[in-house]
Design a protein around this ligand. Structure first.
Ligand SMILES: Nc1ncnc2c1ncn2[C@@H]1O[C@H](COP(=O)(O)OP(=O)(O)OP(=O)(O)O)[C@@H](O)[C@H]1O
Ligand SMILES: [Mg+2]
Length: 281
């Protein structure tokens, strides 16, 4: 089997963490090749795995078009391209919330609706909020704002195209965000993403650290239930949660190109490789 791992120029020879997976696959007789997503759907491989196309925030529409192209690929693609398209932007959060999934409360506004944002925030009684673009990664464009400052922000936001999300600022982020990693619907491992002192964004670019963490069976069940309700049957998923009023709430469901943190669990890459090979039968 010849398998393409889709990546970007910065990780042309794969992201370090994914090399652990590549090694496991190679050990099982798979020929792993890294391919830039910007070169289009690879034609000379038997299967395609999305991994580290992380330059897409600078090319949003092109990335969407690429996901549509993947829907027409003759080879198996992981995750399912239509599901990746659905989960490429966070407009799914209010949708899941409406279906009863415990999501960090989220309101979505397009440019024509932004004028209503301050009033909606007041209705919820949110004093401090996060405003972030629906289609982004790495916290690009996200900001924390006091409710009183929102009216003066509306103009600036309206000038940028796309959907904006507003959520209450979740104070527990100081203790980190929990990532539950699943392969084929089975829990594999968890990571606590800890922001640097005084920072609210957990990403590595802002000094955040990703640490192995033991999570309770009850939390794993809750994360698994979120995944089943949203997108059952995908090869990989990362369910990112924060604690709000002491309960797990979904912050983001990563089904497109999540870092999978193979490095925190020595058996994780093998579990993923086995799950993938079962799919390729
Ligand atoms: N409502 C919130 N309360 C507190 N912190 C938040 C909130 N929303 C976002 N953050 C912080 O900002 C970070 C980025 O937000 P989010 O995960 O929603 O977007 P992202 O840009 O897609 O990030 P990534 O894809 O890198 O995980 C979160 O990991 C968290 O640290
Ligand atoms: Mg996130």
């Amino acid at each position: 089997v010849r398998l393409a791992l889709l990546t970007c120029e910065k990780y042309a020879s794969l992201y370090e963490d994914d090399r652990l997976l590549a090694a496991e696959l190679t050990r099982r007789g798979v020929e792993v090749v890294a391919r830039l997503w910007t070169l289009g759907v690879p034609g000379d491989v038997d299967a395609i795995l999305m991994r580290s196309p992380w330059d897409w925030p600078g090319a949003r529409e092109r990335f969407r078009a690429f996901l549509r192209e993947l829907e027409r690929a003759p080879q198996p693609v992981f995750n399912t391209p239509a599901v990746m398209s659905d989960y490429a932007d966070k407009a799914y959060l209010p949708r899941l919330e409406a279906r009863g999934v415990r999501v960090v409360p989220t309101e979505a506004f397009d440019a024509t609706e932004l004028g209503r944002l301050p009033q909606r925030v007041a209705t919820h009684g949110w004093r401090r909020v996060v405003v972030k673009p629906a289609f982004t990664a790495n916290a690009i464009g996200a900001r924390v704002v006091e409710a009183e400052a929102l009216p003066s922000l509306v103009g600036e936001l309206s000038a940028q195209p796309g959907l904006w999300l507003t959520q209450p600022y979740v104070e527990s982020i100081a203790e980190g965000e929990l990532s539950f990693v699943f392969f084929d619907g089975d829990f594999s491992h968890a990571v606590r993403k800890q922001p640097a002192a005084g920072e609210w964004r957990v990403q590595h670019d802002y000094g955040g650290a990703a640490l192995p963490v033991n999570v309770s069976a009850a939390w794993v069940d809750e994360a698994a239930a979120i995944l089943r309700a949203a997108a059952p049957g995908e090869l990989y998923a990362r369910v990112d949660c924060v604690l709000l009023d002491g309960a797990l709430h979904l912050m983001e469901l990563e089904l497109v190109e999540p870092e999978l943190f193979f490095r925190v669990d020595a058996a994780a890459a093998a579990r993923f490789a086995d799950a993938l090979l079962r799919r390729l039968g």
